[in-house]
Design a binder for this molecule. Structure first.
Ligand code: ADP
Length: 638
């Protein structure tokens, strides 16, 4: 008998056709004959067996070589079915990798006449020959498909229709894991032998390795892709302050990244209480979200996940004894066809809920999916927390603004009303001193002088309060204001005192800002005025004014080498009427409150850096107008 040499097989991409082998009918062991002939036949048989064994070994080694160098599992599986068909002398061969998540094996490679129609067909565990192998993890061999009592009538009918006679199927196993099934089919009576089964099993082992490698490769690629998505989502979420947009983004991303899984977000109603399905993707978008029954906090997979503080999943929520469901919730779940559910809790200070994935009943979730959804969930919790805090601060800000506006109106009208009697008091005291000077005794004249001085102080107070109350109601539009020019005016106003104390005024670069000129003037005249006022007895008084460009805003400073401020009072001095008692300098205690209010109205902030006896540096920030935003109005802030 002629020995055959296997043709070389391409290492990757596409499959190589194995050479045809001699039909089994040429090796009929039952042929009687002469002893010499018997020996010759026996020799020939041994020879043929050896040749076949060598060939099988060569094929297996080729596949193993291919396996280690090919990244295309499809090509390897195609080669495997071709070898299976040829070496078992069969008419057809199929391979179906098992999908753990979907719990079915799907035919991905086949060879033989009219096998194309089976491509993509799902094999369910327990059903048919492939299904039996998946369920039992044991090979299944039949040489008489039509009459095998282990197969149901349906399969007998199918065999008759398709002309199937024999079938040999083996599991693809890796350790305890079932990775698929490989089988060959005969359309003519040709019994399978033990060696065929052994060869098919060896091929199945190779296929299992290929599938395992492909799975690892796919998982690594998926993981990398998911991590990229998570990082990207994280970046977007950090800047998203709208709660419903956060939820839309998350469900969409989770749905896309997790192979179109149905995704939902359940949140507890504000103030505790029931959980509601607030967003969904896949089957859970649209009407199903609206119809979802609200759940008690301890109900369903969500309730369980919240109670345990970690992800909880079930392959059948309706049958799982750990999961409590009220009849209404049960009805909704029945309506959606029962579900395998995975819930990952969202727990924050203001947010309680869960990110939930749904699959058809009976399905599983992989560790990867659990981990991935958990990463997503932590991002959701943080983003929702942010969005809620932002919404709360917006509400508080609006409330504060309206309260401030009320207070401003009140202060304005009271100050206004106080002015008239004050003018009368001042006038009367003046008249007494001027017209009745001779009749007024010396002591009474001193008292009248005190009345005048106090009335004047009170008038200043009223003027300051009126100025403070006006800031919030400023109706004028902002314009470009040259801070250097404003400083010139302020220094000119204070020229008398500056000269008197020989104060050195140092000015750095000063910007042009966007604001209301009189307000910028108020800020500088108060700060520079204070710097001059609170110099104490320093012989070499020095006041420095400058600014630092910080990109989106400018930081201005007014520095002096005066009496300084104890850090305990660094906040208090910005409140109305707060003055430090240890200095005897005139003032109303309203100036810094006015300054702070103006700066905040423009979106900036002010603070002081100082220590007692060490001078003081007041710093404030003032946002710079962005391009295309020249008509920005000053907001009426707090
Ligand atoms: P006023 O100067 O009318 O008292 P302000 O509101 O301007 O009111 O200032 C509040 C208090 O802060 C002052 O009474 C003073 O005690 C302190 N203060 C303000 N500026 C300075 C400064 N440059 N150096 C030391 N203390 C200051």
């Amino acid at each position: 008998m002629k020995t055959r040499h296997p043709r070389s097989i391409r290492r990757s991409g596409g499959s190589a056709k194995p050479p045809a082998i001699a039909p089994r009918a040429t090796r009929n062991l039952e042929t009687p004959g002469q002893p010499a002939a018997t020996v010759a036949i026996e020799n020939a048989r041994l020879h043929a067996d050896l040749a076949e064994q060598r060939r099988e070994a060569e094929l297996l080694s080729t596949i193993t070589r291919n396996l280690s160098s090919s990244l295309d599992p499809g090509a390897i599986l195609r080669t495997i079915v071709e070898y299976a068909k040829e070496c078992c002398g069969s008419d057809m061969a199929f391979i179906a990798p098992y999908d753990r998540a979907r719990q079915v094996a799907t035919i991905v490679a086949s060879v033989g006449t009219r096998t194309d129609v089976y491509m993509g067909v799902d094999i369910h565990p327990g059903k048919g020959i492939g299904g039996k192998v998946l369920a039992t993890r044991q090979p299944f061999v039949t040489n008489d498909y039509l009459h095998d009592p282990r197969l149901s009538r349906d399969y007998h009918a199918l065999a008759q229709q398709e002309g199937f006679v024999g079938n040999m199927a083996v599991p693809l196993l890796r350790q305890e894991d079932i990775l698929g099934v490989l089988w060959v089919v005969n359309r003519t009576p040709r019994p399978f032998m033990a060696r065929h089964q052994a060869f098919l099993t060896k091929l199945a082992d190779q296929a299992a390795i290929a599938i395992h490698h492909a799975r690892l490769y796919r998982e690594a690629a998926d993981q990398a892709q998911r991590m990229r998505t998570v990082a990207e989502l994280g970046r977007v979420l950090v800047s998203t302050l709208d709660e419903s947009r956060v939820m839309e983004l998350v469900v969409t991303q989770a749905h896309e990244t997790l192979g179109k899984l149905d995704i939902g977000i359940w949140l507890q109603e504000v103030g505790g209480g029931r959980m509601r399905l607030v967003a969904g993707r896949g089957q859970f978008s649209g009407p199903l979200v609206q119809r979802a029954e609200p759940m008690e906090p301890d109900e369903g997979v969500v309730g369980r996940a919240l109670a345990e503080g970690q992800p909880v999943w079930t392959s059948d929520v309706l049958q799982d004894s750990r999961i409590r469901l009220r009849p209404a919730s049960r009805r909704w779940i029945e309506e959606i066809g029962g579900r395998a559910i995975l819930a990952v809790p969202l727990i924050g200070e203001h947010v309680v809920g869960a990110l939930v994935a749904y699959r058809p009943n009976g399905a599983q979730f992989t560790d990867d999916e659990v981990e991935y959804l958990s990463v997503f969930a932590s991002q959701v919790a943080a983003a929702l927390e942010n969005a809620r805090l932002y919404a709360e601060s917006q509400r508080a800000r609006a409330e504060l603004q309206s309260k401030n506006a009320e207070l401003d109106t009140f202060v304005y009208s009271v100050s206004h009303d106080l002015k008239a009697p004050l003018v009368t008091i001042q006038g009367m005291a003046g008249l007494l001193l001027e017209e009745y000077r001779a009749q007024v005794p010396e002591g009474a004249a001193r008292y009248l002088g005190r009345i005048q001085a106090n009335a004047q102080q009170m008038e200043q107070l009223i003027l300051d309060l009126l100025a403070l109350s006006r800031i919030g109601r400023e109706g004028r539009a902002a314009t470009a204001v040259n801070v250097g020019e404003v400083l010139d005016d302020v220094v000119a106003e204070l020229a008398g005192r500056i000269r008197e104390r020989a104060i050195q005024v140092v000015r750095g670069e000063l910007p042009t800002v966007w604001g209301i000129r009189t307000q910028v003037d108020q800020v500088l005249s108060n700060l520079v005025g204070n710097a001059v006022k609170y110099l104490g007895d320093t012989p070499e008084g020095r006041v420095e004014v400058g600014a630092i460009d910080r990109g989106t805003f400018v930081e201005c400073y007014v520095r002096d080498n005066g009496i300084g401020i104890d850090p305990a009072y660094h906040e208090r001095i910005f409140e109305v009427f707060q003055r430090l008692k240890d200095v005897n300098v005139e003032g109303t205690g309203v100036g810094l409150a006015i300054v702070k209010r103006i700066i905040q109205t423009h979106g900036g902030r002010i603070w002081v850096e100082s220590a007692k006896g060490q001078g003081a540096t007041f710093r404030f920030t003032w946002p710079m107008p962005t391009a295309g935003d020249p008509s920005r109005e000053c907001s009426s802030g707090n």
